[in-house]
Design a binder for this molecule. Structure first.
Ligand SMILES: Nc1ncnc2c1ncn2[C@@H]1O[C@H](COP(=O)(O)OP(=O)(O)O)[C@@H](O)[C@H]1O
Ligand SMILES: [Mg+2]
Length: 209
């Protein structure tokens, strides 16, 4: 049987990385092997793109159109080089961000033409739509406060003003409302263990584990 694809979405600091660990532990307790991919990156091509997108000081003048195309290029490679072979091997794929991030960040927040973002997303992923997308939702100010405790330097996109992340959050909520069969939205202000329990219970029911 094909492995499932589960993507995690939400602005920075919502707890995606934290919850992915809990979900993988739960899956492994059900004898399900899983791997995690983060966007952008994972493949050789994707990691070169990640550097350009996030930390290369010489790329700080990147225009929004280039940003979108680079994310999509990294995504197209990730799907074909890693995601498809993994699910064909019956291993589940957990994506720390996937194409909804481009709809929210490059589409809504950067205000690129929505239809183009939609078409490029589908060109990049092909048939590889996640079976389930978990949206961790939180007030933007609270998420940004959480990130202050982090050691790593902010990347190019994380340096955007608060208003940018408000547009991202609103778009995510809109997407979840439009596609209730694919999205599961969780209040990310709850304690870590409570969120993990909600997610694992949903996954268990959704996939009859
Ligand atoms: N439910 C939660 N309540 C309080 N703090 C949390 C919660 N989930 C994660 N955190 C903390 O918030 C910060 C960001 O979490 P992280 O999992 O790295 O988020 P993301 O991957 O979405 O950016 C970390 O310091 C983490 O320990
Ligand atoms: Mg993370």
């Amino acid at each position: 049987m094909l492995g499932k694809i589960i993507s995690f979405e939400g602005i920075e600091g919502t707890g995606k990385s934290t919850q992915i660990q809990y979900l993988r532990t739960f899956l492994s307790s059900k004898d399900i092997d899983s791997v995690t991919f983060r966007e952008p990156g994972n493949t050789y091509i994707g990691e070169q793109i990640r550097h350009l997108l996030q930390h290369d000081p010489d790329a700080c003048n990147m225009c929004a159109e280039t940003e979108l195309l680079l994310f999509e290029a990294s995504r197209a490679q990730l799907v074909r080089e890693l995601i498809l072979p993994t699910i064909y091997n019956s291993i589940w794929v957990i994506c720390d961000r996937f194409f909804d991030s481009s709809t929210a960040y490059q589409g809504a927040a950067r205000k690129l033409f929505e239809k183009i973002v939609h078409q490029l997303n589908h060109f990049a992923i092909g048939e590889c739509v996640p079976d389930l997308t978990i949206l961790l939702d939180i007030d933007v100010d609270l998420a940004l406060k959480r990130l202050q405790g982090r050691k790593e330097q902010k990347d190019r996109i994380e340096n955007e003003p608060t208003e940018f992340f408000r547009r991202v959050r609103e778009k995510y909520l809109q997407l979840a409302a439009e596609e209730p069969a694919r999205f599961f939205t969780v209040d990310a202000t709850l304690p870590v263990e409570t969120i993990a329990e909600k997610i694992c219970t949903h996954v268990q029911k959704r996939f009859a584990l």
